[in-house]
Design a binder for this molecule. Sequence first.
Ligand SMILES: C[S@@+](CC[C@H](N)C(=O)[O-])C[C@H]1O[C@@H](n2cnc3c(N)ncnc32)[C@H](O)[C@@H]1O
Length: 178
Amino acid sequence: MQRIMVLRWGHRPRDERLTTHVALTARAFNASGMILADVEDRQIKKTIEDVVSKWGGSFFFQMGAPWKTVVQNWKAKGGIVVHLTAYGENIQSSTVLQRIREMDKDMLIIVGSRKVPGEFFSSDISDFNVAVGNQPHSECSSLAVFLDRFYQGKGLVKGFQDAELRIVPQKHGKKMLS
Ligand SMILES: C[S@@+](CC[C@H](N)C(=O)[O-])C[C@H]1O[C@@H](n2cnc3c(N)ncnc32)[C@H](O)[C@@H]1O
């Protein structure tokens, strides 16, 4: 099965919540895992592990590896790199998503935070620069929309194995099974 990994670049300690939300978005929208580039943050690791143990499924998490090493290793194993950026090819008005699907390869999705290194835009690093609309917004929203479109909505109904907690969808109110 195709592996989809998120590479979170540019985490700062004050970004703790946002980086956690990138990981939760990756997991909920069916990525296989997330690599937090260049830095280590034990709190984020713990939060993700807690969520996985309660809400199930498997989710790979690694932190501290230099972003370039991650990209080089990924490409050496035959995977492609997709950089989400407002400056890229528009996911709606171009054929970029179709071309990515046709590759049918493991995919590393880079999301940034502050201004990303210029190298990210080059073909040495990114096989595709994809814009979820050409307006600036957020790493979480761009990742969610990209993955949802990639999986054509199917990811939203996927079950997570060995979950301690499961939500039973309701018209009104809250129902959980544990
Ligand atoms: C808050 S934005 C900051 C971008 C930064 N100011 C820059 O110019 O590179 C953080 C991240 O969200 C993602 N992002 C924001 N808007 C996007 C868009 N329209 N399409 C795709 N990704 C987007 C990108 O991964 C970006 O690195």
